[in-house]
Ligand binder design. Sequence first.
Ligand SMILES: NC(=O)N[C@@H](CC(=O)O)C(=O)O
Ligand SMILES: [Zn+2]
Ligand SMILES: [Zn+2]
Length: 433
Amino acid sequence: MERLIVFRHVRAIDPSSSLDAIIDVVIENDRIVRLGPNVGAEAAKADWAQVIAPPPGAWLLPGLVDLHAHLREPGQESKEDIRSGLGAAAAGGFTDVCAMPNTVPVNDSRMVTEAMLSRAHEVGGPRLHPIGAITMGQRGEALTEMGDLREAGAVAVSDDGRCVTSSSVMRRALEYASVFDMPVIQHAEDHALTEGSQMHEGSVSTKLGLRGWPRVAEDIIVARDLMLAEYTGARYHVAHASTEGTVRLLREAKSRGLRVSAEVTPHHLLLTHEAVGLYDTACKVNPPLREEQDVQALREGLADGTIDAVATDHAPHGILDKHCEFAEAKPGMIGLELCLPLLLGLVEQGALPLNRLVESLTHAPSSIARLPDKRIREGARADLVLVDPEERWTIEASRLRSKSKNTPFLGRNVKGRVKMTLVAGNIVFNGGS
Ligand SMILES: NC(=O)N[C@@H](CC(=O)O)C(=O)O
Ligand SMILES: [Zn+2]
Ligand SMILES: [Zn+2]
């Protein structure tokens, strides 16, 4: 045996296994081999055992899965690269990260997918799962070779950053992707309705004199796509849902049994357009931060399962991309290291059941990307995250591993800290002090 790790007296929480108990968890090599009250006592005696006595009240959760991150490699490594991005992921408790294809060049070929995967293998740590583009160069016209992308390791297709606006291209994309059982992830934005937009269209955009992105620009695409998904029978997934309308449309579609899913980001669950204040570029993001009624609908949708997953939309940008006029600033905020602590705040407020939060960051995204299921049970792969739910800390740039620090949450006090992340029994993050 190469490796023996023993967690003693930890609260293991895995809603998909109906597990919530204070137990010992024994890991041999890459697998969980035993779990139960005191089952670690014997194993802990072995002199090669690494015995972990977690802080009192600590939780052991299945490793988190992010369906939506921008790691910027290849092409924009000054913002982030695969090494720093996976490092940030590990520090955030993620064992699996799906990487969007709006890199330079775009990940629209087997070659780019393979290059990303081989870089990730060199780096080690959390697993990288590339998402291939829907169309060549994300230009919205010619479809990519989705079979090639799938074979090379892509788990889904998306033109994220751009919307597939042509109904006929979208129809063919859904049909083609379904041959390979890949979901089509849509960045739902009718560009004709958002041209020149800087933020949510509402009272704040009016006050600031900025052109707005109205809710309907998202809703109209989601409504059309749901019809196409129904017509083609394909798997369809809504990226970063931001409106009340999207939640309503999804709820109706799901009630009729459509194979559709959706994700929501922490920032859309926590902030409104008011956060933009007087042109705070840290709050410029696509889709934009919306209004109280949208936040409420998104929270309810996540709680009742209408929205399946939480995804970070980790979108690193350099200092100069944000220290400029609002109109010039790049949209996006980082999220990998902040996601869990921020959302534990919602749990604490009673706005989201803990079980739903865990499920939406583990079982739900892994089933959408068709990754091996995340479970805490005997025989399962040891993909785990240890969390101290009581630790209070302040989000500061110097504490973040991501190369970029663009987040409006700097200075915020949060409760709950990732202490350790294991990928197949390997400790890829051990810190959080
Ligand atoms: N979310 C963003 O505001 N920006 C993303 C693109 C995207 O997710 O649409 C980016 O790549 O920077
Ligand atoms: Zn997007
Ligand atoms: Zn994105």
